[in-house]
Ligand binder design. Structure first.
Ligand code: HEC
Length: 468
């Protein structure tokens, strides 16, 4: 409401964030947070047993991680903040208010991490065997820094899911130590280690083509690493699951499969569990009889883990709906405590970037369009992904819709579908949105965000002293 609305009408705004964020999590967990301690362990193993071939394998594994994390990893990391600031500036604003200090520390730790990974990778050969201990210590320090960036960001992620006592206390520490923080950290840490192990096993397939013996030893050690972290991941996952509030758990079926396919929820859940078991069986096979494991099987577990990680992030992002910060701010950037005021005064009366503050017979559809942009487009497009026209057609069929029925639906949408926020405006504004949706159906048109349509302000704002 206080910012121009950025909108992508085909893929949707959620997809923009999800695409960047899921890619980032995969790279961050598997190739940084988990991979750095794993590579350090491989380096240590090579040094202890005087095995230059192990040292080479560790170095090459690091080379791949280094290239991907410092390019795609770093860009998607920054990209998340660009994309989320465009899509939901109000939510990012709230997070900055609560986590200002944490963000500042995060930035410093991130810079140190980048410097440390440069030093660790670029000095590997130069430090050679003579300074091996110092080099391994550098790997250990880098491992701590990578984990610290995760530990800080997880505080923010878990806060968005469940701010807990912060809602009453409003202090930094109550925000950081929200009810989901430690469980989520206890889950993500071993998952990162696991994912790194699986990535390294898959990579060994390519890096040890002519060295059968080395590959067998690597698969055995990496499989042991994977199996060692598994109980921690399981325990962390159960702790995390137990702490997720009941109303969020009720969202899981739609989160995993969408509303249309939620009947398949159990099948999808069973498929994910089967993937996890398959991964563990392959790891057990690798630990016990690495020579008998077909080479092609080495790549499979990592692919499965990417599917599982992607599903986990999708569910985690979805289940806090209708909120972006649970019980505090709705996904459309409107704070829960101002909704009664807006329902009384109207959204237009308090919005900065609309063309008019009042609804007249002449501007009904235009006002409805602006209200739809503010209230609905963080989650819906007109005709693309999660299209509002398709949803309404599901509900009311192919014949012309009744304006009052659509308007009535808007007034109760949060009770029918608890993952949607209440309509924040007045009855008249709900009518204007219904008018817009009916007009849109008669003549579908792409809905432009402020990035293409430009920014509009009402006459009183335009005429105010100091504005252009
Ligand atoms: C927090 C995100 C969010 C917001 C904001 C939101 N919706 Fe939804 N809406 C959803 C989701 C998710 C679905 C279900 C999608 C699916 O899986 O099919 C949905 C479903 C719907 C449906 C179909 C419901 C049914 O019973 O089948 C309609 C109609 C709809 N939304 C209209 C709107 C309108 C109009 C607005 C703005 C006033 C709005 N939504 C705001 C997330 C949202």
């Amino acid at each position: 409401m206080d910012f121009p609305i950025f909108h992508l009408d085909f893929a949707g705004n959620r997809m923009l964030i999800a695409g960047i964020a899921v890619l980032h999590v995969m790279i961050n967990h598997a190739l940084a947070v988990g991979a750095i301690p794993l590579v350090t362990m491989m380096e240590l193993h090579g040094a202890r047993h005087h095995r230059p071939d192990w040292d080479r394998l560790a170095y090459r594994t690091l080379a791949v991680c280094f290239i991907i994390t410092t390019s795609v990893g770093a860009l998607t990391g920054v990209g998340i903040w660009f994309a989320t600031s465009l899509v939901n500036p109000a939510a990012i604003g709230s997070l900055i208010r609560v986590f200002f200090g944490a963000w500042f520390v995060e930035w410093i730790v991130f810079c140190l991490e980048v410097i440390a990974i440069m030093a660790y990778f670029l000095s590997w050969k130069r430090m050679g065997q003579r300074h091996k201990r110092a080099h391994i210590a550098l790997g250990a320090a880098l491992s701590v820094l990578s984990w610290l960036t995760l530990a800080i960001i997880v505080a923010i992620l878990s806060f968005m899911m469940e701010p807990g006592s912060w809602l009453a206390r409003r202090s930094f520490l109550s925000g950081v130590f929200n009810p989901l923080y430690l469980p989520q950290l206890a889950f993500r840490t071993p998952v990162a280690m696991l994912a790194a192990g699986l990535f390294a096993v898959g990579l060994a397939f390519f890096l040890t083509r002519s060295e059968r013996e080395l590959r067998a030893q690597a698969v055995r050690l990496l499989s042991a690493w994977i199996l060692a972290w598994t109980p921690f991941a399981l325990a962390g996952g159960l702790w995390y699951r137990a702490r997720v509030p009941g109303w969020m758990r009720a969202n899981v079926p739609v989160a995993l499969t969408t509303q249309a396919y939620q009947g398949w929820y159990r099948d999808v859940a069973v498929a994910l569990a089967a993937m996890a078991i398959a991964v563990l069986l392959i790891a057990a096979w690798g630990a016990l009889a690495p020579r008998r494991l077909p080479r092609a099987v080495l790549v499979l577990p990592f692919a499965l883990v990417l599917v599982m990680l992607g599903s986990f992030e999708r569910v985690r992002e979805f289940i806090r709906k209708p909120f972006v910060i649970a019980n505090y701010m709705y996904a459309n950037g409107i704070r829960a405590d101002v909704v009664p005021l807006l329902q009384e005064d109207g959204v237009l009366a308090h919005a900065t970037y609309v063309s008019s503050r009042t609804i007249t017979p002449a501007n009904r559809e235009e006002a409805g369009r602006e209200l739809f942009l503010i209230c609905c487009t963080r989650c819906h497009t007109t005709s693309g992904v999660n299209s509002v026209l398709a949803k309404l057609t599901n509900l009311y069929g192919p014949r012309p819709w009744d304006r009052n029925v659509v308007k009535g639906y808007l007034r109760t949408m949060h009770t029918v579908r608890p993952y949607m926020p209440p309509f924040p405006g007045t009855e008249e504004e709900a009518g204007a949105v219904a008018d817009y949706l009916l007009a849109l159906r008669r003549m579908p048109a792409e809905l432009d965000g402020a990035q293409t349509a430009g920014v509009r302000v009402p006459a009183d704002v335009a005429a105010a002293p100091g504005s252009r």
